[in-house]
Write a protein that binds this ligand. Structure first.
Ligand SMILES: [Fe+2]
Ligand SMILES: [Fe+2]
Length: 167
């Protein structure tokens, strides 16, 4: 195995954090669908897909370096929210947590002089900058729209162009 046991253990943890983030985004998408805010629902659905891809990317790296993948059970995501703003705020908190998790992984790789994992994790560091930027943008749109949820959904529709739309 090319990397240490503790590193493999922490990468496995992150696989589950990403699957849980995916699950949570999917629950948010379903709540938004329930409110007929389809564009917002599609945005969260696309996020759910992305988090799944992150989990798979980590999983493939663990396999590539000869580590064992351990898939734990998913946590039940929160499925009921009082407003779209609450969903967006929760998503922002979730992304902040993931950013801290990625930074902690990188700190471990640095501490262990594990150059391969540092190189691998750099993509995730950059990805979190993008994720924080896009969720921050969504927060801004929600503030601008205020109580006008149709306006908010309309603004998010523009963000979804080129993204994953529900068919
Ligand atoms: Fe992620
Ligand atoms: Fe994310």
């Amino acid at each position: 195995m090319l990397i240490s046991e503790p590193m493999v253990r922490e990468l496995n943890e992150q696989v589950m954090h990403e699957f849980n983030a995916s699950h949570s985004y999917l629950a948010m998408a379903c709540q938004l669908e329930d409110w007929h805010l389809s564009s917002m629902a599609n945005w969260f659905r696309a996020q759910a897909e992305e988090e799944r891809e992150h989990a798979m990317k980590l999983l493939d790296y663990v396999l590539q370096v000869g580590g064992r993948v351990h898939l734990a059970g998913l946590s039940e995501p929160r499925s009921s929210y009082s407003s779209p703003s609450e969903i967006i705020e929760t998503a922002l908190g979730q992304e902040r947590t993931v950013t801290e998790q990625i930074n902690a992984l990188m700190n471990l790789a640095v501490k262990e002089n594990d150059h391969a994992t540092q190189s691998f994790l750099r993509w995730f560091v950059d990805e979190q900058v993008e994720e924080m930027d896009s969720i921050g943008h969504l927060c801004g749109l929600a503030r601008l729209a205020g109580d006008n949820l149709l306006q908010l959904d309309e603004s998010v529709r523009a963000l979804n162009r080129g993204g994953v739309e529900k068919t």
